[in-house]
Ligand binder design. Structure first.
Ligand SMILES: [Cu+2]
Length: 291
């Protein structure tokens, strides 16, 4: 490398770092801000393990770089020729083992917490299909399908892409805040995975199997996710949208939707009940289709 080039390199690097400062704020390289205690616990665990790794990295590479630089051949150092050192071998076995145990304790606590779906306030059954989701509020039996609502024109580049491109659905999963929601997860065709990062939950939806997970959402808002298991050609077109509302708002919403669904079912039953022998003109022509 020429002298000019080597002098320019640090300046260029500094300029790049400075120029990218505003852009860096928008990068959001960290995990998304958690909205459930479990997601917060997972984030804390991630940070703890990350910092342990950083310390080990600096320690190991620090010793390595110092040794190769300070004891280099040109200074007259000769490589040591010994093999086997009992004290050293015990040390490099015991120290990593202790570090692993230190990391295993909080990891195990979090894993056990993640699997504890007991004492839930409500249960929602999630079924994955190629390529949409079905949600069922198990206590009331009310269920609906949730499909991608991004217009075809945006996908085919015939229109500008919206803010929530490929992360928007026709029917959102509405959930109450401050309640322990137990999710029962399965699939109807192939393996899918239900993943909403801010809730800290992600699990495979496997045909013929039932898995469980849970969340207590602490903040009202809209949380978006995706199918996280390659499930076919429209795998990228079956997003998840969770709308967290107050418990009262949720009860009102569910009551209304369940009642209108029941009403629709009744209407359908009535219209198909035609008494034997009745003339077609006898059948009430004012048929209402519930919505
Ligand atoms: Cu899928």
């Amino acid at each position: 490398m020429s002298r000019t080039a080597s002098a320019l390199t640090p300046a260029l690097a500094a300029a790049l770092v400075l120029a990218s400062a505003p852009a860096r704020a928008a990068w959001d390289l960290n995990l998304p801000p958690p909205v459930t205690p479990l997601a917060a616990q997972i984030l804390d665990l991630h940070n703890l393990i990350l910092w342990i790794c950083v310390v080990i990295f600096i320690g190991v590479f620090g010793v390595m770089f110092y040794s190769t630089y300070a004891h280099r051949k040109s200074r007259g150092y000769r490589a040591a020729q010994f093999s086997h050192n009992t004290r050293l071998e015990i040390l490099w076995s015991v120290i990593p083992a202790v570090i692993l145990v230190v990391m295993a304790v909080p990891s195990t606590v979090t894993l056990i917490e993640m699997e504890d779906t007991t004492r839930s306030d409500l249960s929602v059954k999630i079924t994955g299909y190629q390529w949409f989701w079905e949600y069922e509020y198990m206590d009331s039996g009310y269920s609906f399908y949730s499909r991608l609502s991004t217009p075809r024109e945006q996908i085919e580049n015939r229109a500008a892409k919206g803010e929530h491109y490929l992360l928007e659905v026709d029917n959102e999963l509405v959930l109450p805040v401050g309640k322990k929601v137990r999710f029962v997860l399965t699939a109807n065709d192939v393996i899918h995975a239900w993943w909403v990062p801010k809730l800290g939950i992600k699990k495979d939806a496997i045909p013929g199997y039932v898995s469980e997970m849970w969340a207590v959402i602490e903040k009202e808002g809209v949380y978006r996710g995706q199918c996280a298991e390659l499930c076919g050609k429209d795998h990228g077109f079956m997003p998840i949208v969770v709308r967290a509302v107050s418990a009262a708002e949720f009860e009102a919403w569910l009551g209304e939707r369940a009642a209108s669904a029941a009403g629709a079912a009744e209407t359908v039953t009535e219209t198909v009940t035609i008494h034997p022998g009745a003339a077609v003109s006898d059948v009430d022509s004012t048929v209402t289709v519930g919505g």
